[in-house]
Design a binder for this molecule. Structure first.
Ligand code: PMT
Length: 217
């Protein structure tokens, strides 16, 4: 993959509720960071767009730190503009507050409703800007993994999608994972293993499909 510019997104996003609270999810960034490291090891020039995580930047990788989905979108659009390949392992918040409270919300009543609005879809926005970019998405599913993953592959116009079963003790914030990778006319399983081992196999699969789709690369 020498000479290939790859952008990886990883980790959660964080959406403010008020000055001291936020909405987020259990993503640790471990899987995305391992993919960034594995693509670096294959010779790619890697930029890692990272939500807030407790991991050091992998050596030799350019890290861009962001907090919100909108910041991750802006950073990804900018980095992807000069890139060949995007792998979106981040767990992006689907919704953010319609209005972030200026002051800490007080507990005046027994229930509290928060008005949320949809965040932009990063993959869809990048695809619209760069129809020729080789794009790999992830799918985090609690049920009907293959059906939902294939739907996202088609709807988001991806080249590949790596689906993981999530739920109690699976994928999010643990050290192991397993993937089912789908493309238009095929699929391949990557068996349960460390996130590093899974990432190495995924990176090799991505490289194989990328080089096939980009003969001049
Ligand atoms: O970080 P870890 O603790 O190691 O856990 C790894 C992981 C479970 C987070 C990772 O393997 C994973 O599955 N990442 C994707 C999680 C996710 O949000 O999946 P999704 O099915 O909701 O989203 C589908 C795809 O669209 C993803 O590539 C996502 O990055 C992308 N997306 C989602 C929402 C949004 N607004 N814009 C997007 O581009």
């Amino acid at each position: 993959m020498a000479g290939t510019k790859a952008v990886i997104t990883a980790g959660p996003t964080r959406e403010a509720i008020d000055p001291v609270r936020f909405i987020t999810n259990r993503s640790s960034g471990k899987q995305g960071y391992a993919v960034a490291t594995a693509l670096r090891d294959l010779g790619a020039d890697v930029t890692l767009i990272s939500g807030p995580v407790a991991l050091p930047a992998p050596a030799g990788v350019t890290r861009v730190e962001v907090e919100t989905a909108e910041q991750m979108l802006a950073a990804t659009l900018q980095s992807a503009a000069g890139a060949d390949l995007l792998v979106a392992a981040a767990a992006v918040a689907d919704y953010r507050m319609t209005d972030v409270a200026a002051h800490k919300i007080k507990k005046h009543s027994d229930t509290l409703s928060l008005a949320l609005q949809r965040n932009p879809d990063i993959l869809a926005t990048v695809r619209a800007a760069q129809p020729g970019l080789f794009m790999v998405g992830f799918a985090a599913e609690t049920e009907r993994l293959a059906e939902h993953a294939r739907d996202k592959l088609a709807r988001k116009h991806l080249n590949l999608i790596a689906a993981n079963q999530v739920g109690a003790g699976l994928a999010f914030d643990v050290d192991t994972n397993a993937l089912q990778v789908f493309w238009a006319d095929g699929q391949q399983a990557i068996a349960q293993g460390s996130k590093q081992a899974v990432a190495q196999q995924l990176a090799e699969l991505i490289a194989h499909h990328y080089l096939k789709a980009t003969p001049a690369a």
